[in-house]
Design a protein around this ligand. Structure first.
Ligand SMILES: [Zn+2]
Length: 132
């Protein structure tokens, strides 16, 4: 287990130790199934990094090329650290779900947004009824 935890910490290297967003991200990562954690920690192209320029709770996701090459990087806005905790967790989990699914479908959900929401909910991070 300690190996897996240090692997998760490796995913957090782009965040300052004192960054509250790092703590929220770590909490979400820790809640993910082991196979999902391994998919992230064992892919050298996968990364998570903060973006502080924009002032909204939206996030950006750089997608890999169709042939599987290119970056697989989740970019999280700083505002996610100051949003309500439920909303912050939800958005982080939603973006990680996109990354895990390669922005594709999941189970009966053909739409990538619905798929990411459903997978995030299966991890325990439902879309909050009220965002703030
Ligand atoms: Zn989305």
């Amino acid at each position: 287990m300690s190996d897996q935890h240090s692997s998760l910490d490796h995913l957090l290297v782009a965040f300052e130790v004192t960054d509250p967003l790092r703590a929220r991200l770590r909490r979400v990562l820790s809640a993910l199934p082991g196979e999902v954690q391994r998919d992230f920690t064992e892919d050298p192209r996968f990364c998570i990094r903060p973006l502080s320029r924009k002032k909204s709770c939206e996030t950006l996701l750089a997608l890999p090329a169709p042939d599987g090459t290119g970056s697989r990087c989740v970019v999280l806005k700083k505002r996610l650290a100051s949003c309500s905790q439920a909303f912050g967790f939800y958005v982080i989990a939603h973006e990680l779900a996109h990354a895990y699914l390669r922005n594709g479908p999941w189970q009966q959900f053909a739409d990538p947004e619905e798929a990411a929401d459903a997978l995030a909910a299966s991890w325990g991070f439902d879309k909050p009824a009220s965002w703030f």
